[in-house]
Design a protein around this ligand. Structure first.
Ligand code: 5GP
Length: 112
């Protein structure tokens, strides 16, 4: 499926990139909910976490390490949230797997 994120990955739409390698892209969220709000995604077209296959696990490992690195770079390593929304009921709006790295303020307790 073509999504906004696959177009960003292919360079057809602009985004503020904060990390990129051959497999992973991290961009600033267009509508940040906190001073730091970064989206980290695989370049591979995976719609959501439920679509993940065992062969994709190295991508997840790398995404977590990129999150750790960006948390330090953006000085939120002492408090941030790292999550993915899976499916419409969870609030997923773009069906290309991505993880939100959110921090830079006191985050409210509770996720529901
Ligand atoms: P979801 O709701 O799927 O978990 O997260 C999608 C995120 O993408 C939202 O936080 C939304 O603000 C962000 N977003 C939507 N459109 C764009 C865009 O064109 N560029 C960027 N950088 N972020 C976007």
């Amino acid at each position: 499926m073509t999504t906004i994120f696959s177009k960003i990955i292919q360079g057809q739409l602009p985004a503020e990139k904060v990390f990129e390698n051959a497999r992973i892209l991290a961009i600033k969220d267009l509508h940040p909910v906190a001073p730091v709000h970064i989206l980290i995604m695989p370049k591979k077209n995976i719609p959501d976490l439920q679509s993940l296959e065992e062969e994709d696990l190295p991508l997840l490992q790398e995404i977590f390490l990129v999150a750790k690195r960006l948390a330090k770079e953006f000085k939120v390593e002492n408090g941030y949230r790292f999550l993915t929304n899976n499916g419409p009921l969870a609030g997923q709006t773009i069906f290309h797997l991505h993880f939100h790295l959110i921090g830079g303020k006191q985050l409210t307790h509770g996720l529901g």
